[in-house]
Design a binder for this molecule. Sequence first.
Ligand SMILES: [Zn+2]
Length: 200
Amino acid sequence: MSSPFLYPLDSHVLRHGPQGYSDYSSYRPWLRDEFSYRCIYCLLREQWGRVRGIYAIDHFLAVSRHPAGITDYENLLYACATCNTAKGDRVIPDPLAVLVGSTVRVEEDGTIHTDNPEAARLIELLGLASPQSTEFRMLWIGIVSLATRYEPDLYRRLMSYPDDLPDLHALQPPGGNTRPDGVGQSAQVRRERGELPAVY
Ligand SMILES: [Zn+2]
C-alpha cells in the first residue's frame, strides 16, 4: 500500500512558472498541482477533507518582511490552514529542501523522526511532532491501513488525486510561464493520457 506520510524523496524542483498575476490567489491551481494536492508541511491531502476552506497559500518569505514576494510564484507554497497559522511570519528552513524522505520518516505509530538539524528545526517550529500532529498521522495511517485490507475502493478514494484537477493548459498567466513544459506533466494531462497512478 502507499503510505500517506511519505515525504518526497528528493528536494522539490519547481515544475511550473506562471508569472504576472496581480492577486496571489490566482496561483492556486498551479500550486495545487505543483505540490500534489496536499499540504507541503504535514502532507494533509485534499481528498481527506472539505478542500476549499482548509488550504492556504503560504508565503515562504512572509509578506510583512518581503512585500515584493506577495505574488512571486517562487515564494508561494500550498499549505493547510493549521500549518500556515503555525508558521506565521517566521523565517523557517526551506520545506522543499529539508522535508524529504531521505531524512524525514514517519513511523506506523505516527511519530516523526529526522537526523537532519534543519528538518528538526522546521518540525519543531511547526509543531509537527506535537501530540496532536502525531495523533493526526496515527489516525490516518490506521484508516488507510484498514481501507487497504477491507475496502479497496475507499483506499483508492483516500489515496487518489482529486477529481477536480485543474486544466493548466487553459490558463493564461498574464506574464507567461517560465516553465511551460511543466503543464505536460500536470496531473490533469497525465490523467487524460492514462498515465496518472490510481494512488500516490
Ligand atoms: Zn499542514
